[in-house]
Design a protein around this ligand. Sequence first.
Ligand SMILES: [Zn+2]
Length: 76
Amino acid sequence: MAIRYKCRHCDTEIGSLPFESAKETLQMLQRMDETEEERFLTYEKGGAVTVRCICEHCEQSLEKFPNYYTLRKWLQ
Ligand SMILES: [Zn+2]
């Protein structure tokens, strides 16, 4: 079982952490309400959790071109 981090913009897998070393993340996730949980978390078969965050590349693009991602999100 592991927590996987995926970019919610480009779907790149950023990395994964074994459950044991991700206690802080889990605690943070448990504090979120259901809407936030749905937005950021995907529960995979077998009990793994995918956290949808943002990769370095998209973060940089987002800083440079904030409108691009707003537009893309709107189009989807
Ligand atoms: Zn990305």
